[in-house]
Design a protein around this ligand. Sequence first.
Ligand SMILES: *Cc1c(COP(=O)(O)O)cnc(C)c1O
Length: 838
Amino acid sequence: MTTAKDNASANISKTNSKVEVTAEILIDEQDCSHEEPCDSLKALLARHMRYELCRDDHDKHELFNALAQSVKEQMLDDWRQTRLKDNQYQQKQVAYLSLEFLMGRALGNALLSLDITEDAQQVLTEYATNLEHIEQVEHDAGLGNGGLGRLAACFLDSCASLDLPVTGYGIRYQYGMFVQKIIDGYQVERPDRWLRNGNPWEVRISNHIVSVPFYGHTETHSFKQGHRHHVLVNTQKVLAIPYDMPIPGYKNNRINTLRLWKAEANDDFDLAEFNEGDYAEAVATKNLAEQITMVLYPNDASVNGKELRLKQQYFLSSASLQDLLIRYVNKFGEDFSHFSELNVMQLNDTHPSIAVPELMRLLLDQYGLSWDAAWAITNQSMAYTNHTLLPEALERWSVPMMKNMLPRIVEIIFEINARYLELVAHHWPGDIQKLTEMSIIEEGGEQQVRMAYLAIVASFSVNGVAGLHTQLLKEGLFNNFYQLWPNKFNNKTNGVTPRRWLAFCNPKLSSLICSRLGNDWIKDLSRLKGLNDCISDKAFVKEWALVKFENKQSLTQFVRQQCGVEFDPKMMFDVQVKRIHEYKRQLMNILHVIHLYRRILNGDTQDMVPRCVLIGGKAAPGYAMAKQIIKLANNVAHMVNSDPLVTPYLRMAFIPNYNVSAMEEICPGTDLSEQISTAGKEASGTGNMKFMMNGALTIGTLDGANIEMLEEVGHENFFLFGLNASQVTQARMDYQPQHIIDHSPAFQGVMNMLESGHFNLVEPGIFDSIIASIIDPNDQWMTAADFDSYCQAQALVAKTYLDQDSWQEMSIKNTAASGRFSSDNTIAGYRDEIWMKK
Ligand SMILES: *Cc1c(COP(=O)(O)O)cnc(C)c1O
């Protein structure tokens, strides 16, 4: 028994408690058989505790690390089997390219997928602790900003669970999404050194390192057949080191891979300097290369035009494509005629769209293909997902900047553009304006590359992320392209994984559901429809309400810990957590809180339903207005919570550092989910789906996936308000917010109170720009236009909540109707209509 274990451990190097894989690791079958998972987990854990700590005293951090290592080791065999199988190319391989993967914690999800949660719980009792306690130790992998990055994470889970050969490619940022502190009501950003205590899940793959070239210039050689060959010379090469993370499928033995690239300097740095004796200087410059993967840019729904950001994009794209090509060539040699049958790259927004010219460059310059052959392959293997209509989020890169950093890439982009514009000219003969409008290169001032256009031109599929969003893409932003290539466009409404967002994060609701429906819903969420049959069962409804109440008790504790505010689980929990952005209209929510606060102060509390309002989210550090909204939320919360006449009816908290782990606590304990963006601005939303799955009711506009949620659950179970997208467009033509305010006593009261400085007595003037934005006829987000309608919907919410029987029934119906929003469903769509489409 001991010898087998020792053999296994001998293969694992102890450096940094990471597994360095140069050869395949095999854990002895007997040790890790699926028949005795508890024994082997126990044995693995014991070995880690004994031999890696070299001590008998251990704390929860060491215990977490040892447990995570043990769980990873339990996956190694299946991980290897998955890799070997996929390397056979029996089916098309998918590369999901994304600058962001907002993974959160991995332990609980891995235990669930491997079906060893109970074993882990049992094993931990021997160390006088419990799983919940140890799970808390894990640092979130916060390698993303918000919805887009979390979508990538949900997709990886669904791909593995649907047994699809999909690899996620991303960047191993040393610093993830910043940690948000709230000091005196203001957001303060702190660095997120998530790797400080090591990452037990990752495996550095030393034999898959590739090299990414920057700068230099192109040399052209003519070949005898007349076609020319280009070589990049004098480049600065940066090593891309892959760190693999296991992505376990749900109880199906597939372990997919998330491959995250780290930048390191190569060793042939400046020899001239070296020879002059500046050895230390030369070594120090190596840091420049490593900066590429140092930090995630914290911008959500807006671009950052920094040179380093473009470097990150190219670094990810080039490393990932080289990896794919090497893998393909290992199997098929340099015959690329089957490449696009066997590979597809899904671009998560335009962030990795520089992969388009990079694939061309590799095929042309490295593998010697002709332009037409290379273009056919590129065009048949690239698919692009658009995530937003907001103009501030559409990426453009300066041509001069790109020319310097990526000279060959710019040549290729211009060639792609020239050939594509011929097609445009042919489609719209004599229409010069079309050429200017549709060119990949934006003229006028400094030339810019329009990355979305590049992605559309080169992709065989372009998808939006909800029905309305796709429709608006086709009618508006990309209408020209839609006319040229109607068949490229398709919709794939976002989804969220039911494993993390119901089975794992809400164990109480999960087991109640299992008690009636069995557990098939975890793999097939449409089965939640069966809950509708339970509504007539009084005992079930009572249990449903009790589970929500208990989850509210846990959330109450969480809010107390995180904000020092005392919630009361007997009150309604009204929650808006998401990135802070004007289009998401946290401001409107705060105005409604002020409205309720005034009512209470005025003694107008008849039929008022006591509520606890929770708001949370990070603002991009450079987004001044978003940061002021955070300050306003905190100041209003302070006034509300410090008046004992108010707190029986109303309490408010701003929860700092909203992230995946926080959402796992928040969504199970929410009664009312706020999804109140200006119609036409939220591409899909996914927070809305997590809340719905967990039995929250939604107050929302006809925006993004709200529309489809409403469609599933029915009007009578959804609190709809506000203008729809076309009404927003209409209303903008003659928008007079001051006029609207003047005709609404309630709204006037709220504005007067804000303007009086009631919430900023010691900091006069700090909310002036917020006030100005509300009454600005050019306010893009049209807060004033929807405010009264919002308040009416909120009054209906309160009225409905008073009748707890019908509220609970609506809650059950919401969960029952949430099956469509499983990311399994979304991924099945990507699989059938994009990736594997014949
Ligand atoms: C789901 C999620 C989001 C997306 O929320 P939206 O309400 O769709 O904007 C953002 N951040 C985190 C941490 C999430 O879990």
